[in-house]
Design a protein around this ligand. Structure first.
Ligand code: FES
Length: 288
């Protein structure tokens, strides 16, 4: 049902993603750092749901205070609730910006369509919060009641759809959370070292788990090949200094330990220990 509703607007969702991508590109290197901040790459998971918690929790509190004020005639709540609604509106603006940043790197198709619908509904709800905050600022506390209630109903629907995107599509969830990869308790051969060129990401297999190997002199690095952001193939990525860059949305991971250096990924890449022994590249792990 949600998919059927969102699908006809696929052109709009793709356009919004393209404009957001162009915006970040135009900002250059500072844009990359800003994007990292908005994605939550520094936090270890997405920043967007953190702000959404403030919006939903704050709006619930504001609705309760307004109901006490309007229905039960409790005095002295006007000023305090104006601050709460103001905070809700600011958090909603942050949620929109972080949401757009995540959204630009969404897989096209139903995942992007439903995520777009979620965002559009929440933008409308946020405007209602903005109106309610403005009315309270100019002293129209009674008139501010209905925009708050309407905004609350709208973002409740938007939050439901947001949950659908996360739980059905695994949106912005660590792609390797449920399949870390086969564990090698002892060092296990995965590729003859003669087949591993210098400084070129190379795919190898540990049983059913695909790895990306990078050889630098006598040192070999091994990470799980599937990108933690959305499953991109790191063996088709590029190298820059001590980092490997995913070909799909350019997340940067440190070769030595899989740490995220640039998003949109926020989860560390699964890494293995690697060594060269008797003409073979051997790996052990993973350890994370
Ligand atoms: S799949 Fe998105 S950065 Fe790798």
């Amino acid at each position: 049902m949600l998919e059927r509703t969102a699908r006809p607007l696929a052109g709009l969702w793709n356009g919004i993603a393209a404009v957001t991508t162009a915006f970040y590109k135009a900002l250059g290197a500072p844009g990359k750092l800003f994007q990292d901040f908005m994605n939550g790459s520094w936090l270890g998971h997405a920043l967007h749901p953190v702000l959404v918690d403030v919006v939903v929790g704050g709006a619930t509190c504001a609705v309760l205070l307004d109901l006490l004020r309007v229905i039960f005639g409790v005095d002295g709540l006007d000023g305090g609730n104006a601050w709460v609604v103001g905070l809700v509106f600011l958090a909603a603006l942050g949620s929109i910006l972080t949401g757009l940043t995540d959204f630009k790197d969404t897989a096209t198709g139903d995942e992007r369509n439903v995520a777009g619908l979620h965002g559009l509904i929440n933008i409308v709800g946020s405007l209602a919060f903005g109106l309610s905050a403005w009315q309270r600022l100019v002293g129209a506390h009674d008139a501010a009641f209905w925009p708050l209630i309407i905004g609350y109903l709208i973002i409740s629907l938007g939050a439901f759809i947001g949950g659908h995107v996360v739980f059905k599509y695994g949106y912005m969830v660590n792609f390797n959370a449920f399949a870390k990869g086969r564990r090698a308790r002892e060092f296990t051969p995965v590729l003859p070292v003669a087949e591993l060129p210098q400084n070129a990401p190379t795919k190898a297999s540990l049983g059913t788990t695909s790895l990306v190997l990078v050889r630098r002199g006598d040192v070999v690095y091994a990470l799980k090949e599937t990108c933690s952001h959305a499953g991109g193939p790191l063996s088709k990525g590029t190298l820059k200094d001590d980092l490997i860059i995913c070909p799909w949305h350019q997340s940067h991971f440190r070769l030595s330990d899989g740490a995220v250096r640039h998003g949109p990924a926020s989860s560390r890449q699964v890494r293995y220990l690697a060594r060269v022994n008797a003409g073979q590249v051997e790996v052990q792990g993973p350890f994370d």
